[in-house]
Design a protein. Sequence first.
Lengths: 229, 362
Amino acid sequence: MNTREIIKNGLWDQNIVFSQLLGMCPAMAVTTSGTNGLGMGLATTVVLVGANILISSIRDFVSPQVRIPVYIVVIATLVTLVDMSLNAWMHDLYRVLGLFIALIVVNCAVLGRADSFASRSTVLASALDGLCMGLGFTVALTAIGLIRELIGMGTLFNQASLLLGPRFAFLEMKVFPDYGGVLMMVLPPAGFLVLGLLLAAKRLVERRAAASARSGAAALAVENATGCH
Amino acid sequence: MNLNQLQPPTAPHSLSANSVSRIMLTVLATLVPATIFGFWLYGWPALFLWIITVLAALLGEAACLKLAGNKALPTLSDGSALVTGWLLALSLPPWAPWWIGAVGGLFATTLAKQVFGGLGYNLFNPAMVARVFLLISFPVQMTVWIAPMPITSAAAPGFHDGLLIFLGNIPKPDAIASASLLGFAKTELSRGTDLLHSLVGSAYGISLTGARAGSLGETASLLIAAGGLVLLALRIIAWHIPVSMIAGIAIPALVANAIDPARYLDVTSHLLSGGAMLGAFYIATDYVTSPNTKAGQVVFGLACGFLTYVIRTWGGYPEGVAFAVLVMNACTPVIDRYLKPRILGRNWRGAPLDPAVERAKS
């Protein structure tokens, strides 16, 4: 699998949330704001890259029979490290994301990449795959979070300075002043609503792209056919 | 008996003039008296809110049909979106601002109905989904009730003032803000005043003429019930769901009220308040989201009524019809799975009937 394909798969074609529909628990639970989605996505990305690198480098020594427990131990160790680091250096964000950081262990996307990609690829390719899958996950969670936050509270990237440091306070926007808010959008059902609508939007984009590619190919074929004569 | 006489002629056996649009229009016709009474009771803002809710429901349906690449007009004219918008409007506080009706109407026909595939495919009653969405999202606007002031009375806002209230431009005077009976009873109980003291002499007692605070279609309970009886007489709906749902509310209310009248509201208040009548006759009887068999419908209705009573009495919200109906909508596939009709030629367990025994019976 070449580099371009790995990047495209992670960000769009096999996006963890929008195509594989994995990692639904964090995708529903923490996406009440763009900042939470971004923080969760980045934490998961770190774990994905680390887990993919480690598992790819030990792939020749792990027999298929015991691979799942081994992967889980590697992933759990990494998650514990991320959890402790966040607690130490980004304590405010840690208090928001709290429980869900530890739950990255059971995010099936991480185990999924380990088993389906890292266990049969080189270390470099695995690292790139983890990074792109993680970034795709981050983009998806941030998008869901931003939409829910915008409609639900009328803000964008609320409390972003907690995650990225005070220099990023400019990201925090109050889009609608005097906004009463839509409580439902920050409650769990809206996570499903927004995810469903984004899935539909992604498929619409893909269908449009496929249709235009088809018509382009057809036009090319006609051109070639007429060119022959 | 000559067996040949029992052989049916080839299909079609007979045709009825019934159609989806005919059923929907009959339902609407029976809602007209209660709606007009609501307009009279709550004035111009209620009329404006009703108009925008119905229009938003129609618009949402049309937009989804267009997106799906279908012609909008044939489906719109079946009247189901009209019924959804109308029922939603009847369940709203009559002086709610315009965007409550607009958001609710759009939500009902798009996210609660068309995303599932349109009429016949929706799991949940669209009007109730929209009402619950509005209630959870905008708790303040959805619980501001006003004391009734008939449109002919001097205190009622005129056309112009009504429009301003509807557009949310002038705040509602505090003097007319009021609570519905169920809400009042719940607040007083939580403050430690028992019902024997709080309801006596207050303006919140049940009134059969409907002159009390509530949603647009709430106070006209008797007119709603009358409309429901007409639907029963016309066989648009069967008796199973309405009767069992009313029983589901009335039986626990009777028992609890007999045990402790200071803590539990009486049966009349329960049946004529909130969405009990609208729910029993118009919401729970939705063909699409209720069970198919008669036994299933009885279970469904009883559970709807009982859940309504439980939520009203012990839940966080003063009214529970919408929640109860949605919960039971979710249970409908389960009910349909366990309460199936008997297969012709087989007993209830699915074993073939013994021809000799059956012949002896007939």
